[in-house]
Design a protein around this ligand. Sequence first.
Ligand code: TXA
Ligand code: MG
Length: 322
Amino acid sequence: MKLISNCTTDAILKAARALKDGQLVAFPTETVYGIGADATNVSAVGRMFQVKGRPRTHPVIVHISSITKLKYWARDIPECAQKLGDAFWPGPMTIILKRTNLASDFITGGQESVGLRVPKNKAALSLTQEFESLGGFGIAAPSANRFGSVSPTNASAVEDELATFLGSEDLILNGDQCEIGVESTIIDCTQRNPVVLRPGAITKEMIEQVTNLTVISKADKSEVRVPGLLESHYAPKAQVILGLGAKLGDGFIALSKIATPAGSIRLASPASIEDYGKDLYRALRRGDQLGLNRIYVVEPTGPGLAIAIRDRLSKASSGKGA
Ligand code: TXA
Ligand code: MG
């Protein structure tokens, strides 16, 4: 595995060629780092699943450079998907649509739908563009963490997660700290009304405003499989407990206006909801690096991105004992 120390034009070109040759490339996006593979290459995608330790039946998101490339991967594209793409791409949004033949079972987990996203981060977008200019169609990229654990929001976190599993020709692009820090909003557009399968920075209100449709937020309305909906996903090794009860030696994460309980170790004190999203995964990782047993987290209240943060926190805190 090689770490490329920045995202220069040369580095992006090299990474695009590596992808085209069937190697894996981890890259920054505005949400979290992804571990990418050529979405039409069965063995590259197979290896990506192995590196992640993820069950093969779970679908992956295909990253493309523009809404104009949607037609290669998706068919019967409804007006609402077009409107959403026009409004929020490039950006932190994934749309689920009916697949074309290009979207094989190894991408969709055997489902008749495919998830697509145009990323906004400069390195990610350039990578999709260069990859396409080499004849590629899309980059399959789940978050660059081992299955079930916390998504990485910087390159060193990707190394911690995956370095021992990556091959000698695979690459990690060392770019920015992710700006949003929480995974993309996933919207199922295969039904009459958009269904939010995973909340993110593109909120229900934003989707309703653009589509003029009522959004259904309940993941269980849809028959698609989303591993992010499994219990104990996005979880660090430490036990995550929601609330203020941190004691001596426990980690503590809360908005900066909330005081640190005596004896606890402050892992993040974001001043805004945006900073909370950006800092959360890094703070959970820091708790693990410090070898903490418990991390207490006070959830942010309110709408918007706070909903996505509470969603991840409730998963991080489930299935881990008390
Ligand atoms: O922000 C993000 O979305 C990041 C960056 C790298 O783009 N990617 C990411 O990928 O979070 P992943 O695989 O960790 O989570 C994507 C979720 C999974 O829960 C997967 O089940 C769901 O998207 N998904 C992908 N294709 C789908 C499909 N056809 N139907 C339903 N869910 C799908
Ligand atoms: Mg993930």
